[in-house]
Design a protein around this ligand. Structure first.
Ligand SMILES: CC(C)(COP(=O)(O)OP(=O)(O)OC[C@H]1O[C@@H](n2cnc3c(N)ncnc32)[C@H](O)[C@@H]1OP(=O)(O)O)[C@@H](O)C(=O)NCCC(=O)NCCS
Length: 175
């Protein structure tokens, strides 16, 4: 029997991504990562994702007493136009104050369920060799890593996203 996706913690709700989420997400990435490469991360999220890749993408919002819904997490994923059996996860992020509560796991489980519903059997993603947290998270969600050499102590592909931009490839099959 298939497990149902984990429920969101109290006070949190999820909904499909929409175009108006673009600027709040860009702002959140800068704030949540809090690193000098944050503007570069924002460039990985051009508006086109919020226009043309919303079907499988989702945001999680939190409603605090006395304030409207506020962005807590987001997932940008899409059905591969090249491989109809695959879904690709482009980006996931959770507000640091809400991490460790199963919010990203819930986003992924709902995506897996939607992906199964459209006949997909595989989910792909990538991360950087230095992002050990992302690697651990994906491992916990059943992903395996692949690459062709050891980079910074992990299996990765050198120059995957351009010169000097090694990436760990992540893959999970869907039963
Ligand atoms: C990675 C990230 C999305 C995880 O979000 P989260 O909501 O805290 O994750 P969850 O609480 O759903 O964790 C799910 C599982 O992953 C594990 N996990 C999550 N983050 C982890 C970390 N940094 N180190 C080790 N394990 C981690 C949890 O322990 C949990 O495992 P369990 O089910 O065995 O208990 C979040 O830390 C984040 O936004 N990081 C910065 C952005 C990023 O690196 N994104 C991925 C690359 S684009």
């Amino acid at each position: 029997m298939m497990n149902s996706p984990p429920a969101l913690p109290a006070g949190f709700t999820s909904r499909p991504l929409r175009e108006s989420d673009h600027l709040p997400v860009i702002a959140a990435v800068g704030e949540w990562w809090g690193t000098p490469q944050a503007p570069e991360l924002g460039l990985l999220l051009p508006r086109l994702f919020f226009q043309h890749f919303t079907v499988l993408s989702e945001v999680v919002e939190v409603t605090n007493e006395g304030s409207g819904p506020h962005l807590a997490a987001f997932l940008i994923a899409f059905h591969s136009a090249t491989h109809p059996d695959r879904v690709y996860i482009h980006f996931v992020g959770v507000d640091p104050q809400w991490r460790g509560r199963g919010i990203a796991a819930g986003l992924y489980e709902r995506l897996f369920s939607a992906a199964r519903g459209i006949g997909c059997t595989r989910v792909d993603a990538i991360t950087s060799p230095a992002n050990r947290g992302s690697q651990a998270f994906h491992e916990a969600l059943g992903f395996t890593t692949h690459g062709d050499q050891q980079i910074e102590g992990v299996t990765a592909y050198a120059d995957y996203d351009g010169p000097g931009h090694a990436r760990v490839a992540l893959m999970r099959t869907l039963d």
